[in-house]
Design a protein around this ligand. Structure first.
Ligand code: SF4
Length: 218
């Protein structure tokens, strides 16, 4: 399945992460992510979404401020709002669902891992990015190198910086990939300690933009 030009996809994905716009994903008939045992975070300010999901399906999100909720899944790993293989609250689905894009896995070389995500693994094998410019390919390499660096240097970062969850790890790699991309581009050698510091700085800057909706530049 065509996943688009890599650099365009990456730019759009990153912009979507800084706003509530969500991701434009050509899912077609696929509903793998709605059937893969994901706990769906619903933010406290998603008032309309919270009001249409039956209360008994929501429970407080562990470790987050009061009002943040989680939508669970049934014994087959399916979201309870998935009815006849369609999202029954599509227009008001949580931001977590609107911003999900399984192309993050082939983009970072991270597996969707456990058996519960088998449907997603099948789906991601079908995505094919295009690399019309040399920079498309260089960006892919930097995203994949970044994902590997984060995974193998967990202990070099402050506690809880590197997510255990493969989805969050892939998203983090895409937020901070420019550290390795720019160092390759400039042909500059930087130490692992400097990479760690730069990644923390870029992560903070990216997340600050997420909280400042007027600034959407990537
Ligand atoms: S709320 Fe809708 S889009 Fe989100 S996981 Fe459930 S069925 Fe899928």
């Amino acid at each position: 399945m065509p996943a688009g030009d890599f650099s365009s996809w990456l730019r759009n994905f990153r912009e979507g992460q800084k706003s509530d716009a969500g991701a434009e994903v050509p899912c077609g008939e696929c509903f793998a992510c709605c059937s893969s045992s994901y706990f769906i975070h619903v933010r406290a300010d998603e008032v309309q979404t919270l009001s249409i999901i039956p209360k008994e399906l929501l429970f407080p999100a562990p470790g987050l401020a009061v009002g943040n909720m989680v939508l669970g899944f049934d014994e087959e790993g399916r979201c309870p709002m998935l009815i006849q293989n369609k999202c029954s609250i599509y227009d008001h689905r949580p931001l977590t669902c609107r911003s999900y894009d399984c192309r993050i896995f082939p983009a970072t070389g991270i597996d969707a891992d456990d058996d519960a995500k088998r449907l997603i693994s099948d789906q991601i094998e079908r995505w094919k990015f295009r690399f019309p410019e040399e920079s498309d390919h260089k960006q892919l390499v930097a995203c994949q190198k970044t994902a590997r660096f984060l995974h193998t240097h967990d202990s070099a970062f402050p506690a809880k910086t590197i997510p255990r969850n493969s989805t969050q790890l892939a998203v983090l790699a895409l937020k901070v990939y420019k550290v390795l991309y720019n160092s390759e581009k400039m042909g500059s050698e930087i130490s692992e300690a400097e990479i760690v510091l730069k990644i923390l700085e870029v992560k903070e800057e990216f997340e600050a933009k997420r909280n400042s909706p007027k600034d959407q530049s990537s």
